[in-house]
Write a protein that binds this ligand. Structure first.
Ligand code: ATP
Ligand code: MG
Length: 381
């Protein structure tokens, strides 16, 4: 496995970990704290020799440099690129102040203790040449045994510090909202494309079929009913009417005009009214909801009712929709055979994807033998 951060490297087995560059990189990361430490030293010296006015000047000059340095050295323990955030400057300033006040000396003390302890033990025959030789050798051996422990401690602290710096420079929530935003953009683009297809079908293919159907109707009037040509034209006329009905159904599936014009309640009644299985509708909605909420809820009801007709063998179903404390709750149930499984098709997982974009939730209860209940909650705010 490719380790991208020091913390990930810690999960390796001991030998590959100890043989890797990560303990060294972490040590270098912590040792680099000497640089902001030196900046603090220079600042203190300038303040003492030039008076208090020097302090804000040194601070203003050094903070951007410290922030830049923190960003660069983070790569030693964290190879994942940092995302761009809108409030980058203020975040960097906060991190720089934190580094100057606290982080740099904590790093150096940490490094001094973890590495200094074992090194002093190893050197004890040299450091205390007059002492008991056996004790010195045992201490030396103990020091060698402590080195791997030091490697773990340094990598753990380096990794944890890196995670903290990353959190300060680019919070997780930002990455998440960025992902959601890009998903929302995708769904918006998809929605636009749907509307274009709907308009093209409506203004193009549908108009031609209407014209064809009318022409065939007129031709049939001109031919005697019992002539072979008359019968053929009659059949063609029926087929054209059927094609028109199917096309209208398809257009409605691509984009519901009722939904755009009259809102979710009317659109739910419209879909339920066209269901081959009788469906009760209980809609308690006052006024319109935000467009993405209405469109998402509409697709949920359409898909759930299509599934009800295709798979459930139910004798009846029900759709309920209401707003509870700022959340739209839609429930579709049937008294059919149950056993709905999102893994078996694309319809239910597609709904879950759509819901994720608007921050909604889908729950499904469908034991084998029935009944089936699909419930979605979509925040309206
Ligand atoms: N109301 C229901 N009653 C019983 N079984 C259902 C019901 N809804 C779905 N299922 C089962 O769950 C499976 C998955 O449904 P899903 O909507 O994800 O896919 P699909 O309807 O088969 O295909 P698609 O929706 O992609 O055209 C279906 O194949 C069906 O077996
Ligand atoms: Mg389906």
């Amino acid at each position: 496995m490719l380790n991208r951060t020091a913390l990930e490297a810690l999960t390796q087995r001991p030998l590959p970990f100890l043989g890797s560059a990560w303990p060294w990189r972490s040590a270098a990361y912590l040792l680099a704290s000497a640089v902001p430490g030196a900046a603090v030293g220079v600042g203190a010296f300038a303040t003492v020799s030039l008076g208090w006015v020097a302090a804000p000047v040194v601070l203003a000059l050094s903070l951007p440099l410290v922030a830049w340095f923190e960003r660069r050295r983070l790569r030693l323990v964290d190879g994942v690129p940092l995302p761009e955030v809108p409030d980058r400057r203020s975040r960097e300033a906060g991190l720089a102040v934190f580094t100057v006040l606290a982080l740099w000396w904590i790093d150096l003390i940490m490094l001094a203790f973890t590495v200094g302890g074992p090194v002093l033990l190893i050197l004890s025959p040299v450091v205390q040449p007059s002492g008991d030789e056996v004790v010195a050798v045992v201490a030396s051996a103990g020091g060698v045994l402590l080195l791997p422990v030091a490697a773990y401690t340094i990598t753990a602290w380096g990794g944890a510090r890196g995670t903290m710096v990353r959190a300060m420079l680019a919070p997780q929530a930002f990455e998440l909202s960025e992902v959601l935003r890009s998903r929302a953009r995708l769904v918006d683009a998809f929605e636009l494309e749907r509307r274009r297809i709907e308009r093209d079908l409506h203004d193009g293919a549908q108009q031609r079929l209407v014209a064809l159907s009318m022409t065939l109707g007129l031709a049939r009037l001109d031919l005697p009913d019992d002539s072979p040509a008359g019968r053929l034209i009659e059949r063609a006329h029926d087929e054209a009417k059927q094609a028109l009905a199917e096309l209208r159904e398809l257009i409605r599936g691509v984009h519901s005009q009722v939904l755009t014009d009259r809102g979710l309640g009317a659109a739910i009644r419209d879909v339920a009214g066209r269901s081959p299985v009788p469906v009760d509708v209980a809609v308690e909605l006052d006024g319109r909801l935000p467009a993405p909420v209405e469109v998402t809820a509409y697709y949920v009801v359409s898909e759930a009712l299509a599934n009800l007709a295709k798979h459930s063998q139910a004798t009846g179903g029900a759709v309920a929709a209401r707003v509870e404390r700022g959340t739209l709750v839609v429930e579709v149930r049937d008294d059919g055979v149950g056993g709905a499984d999102p893994a078996k098709g694309t319809g239910l997982t597609g709904l879950a994807d759509r819901l994720a974009v608007v921050g909604g939730r889908l729950s499904l209860s469908s034991p084998v033998g029935g009944p089936t209940l699909i419930r979605v909650e979509i925040p309206c705010g």
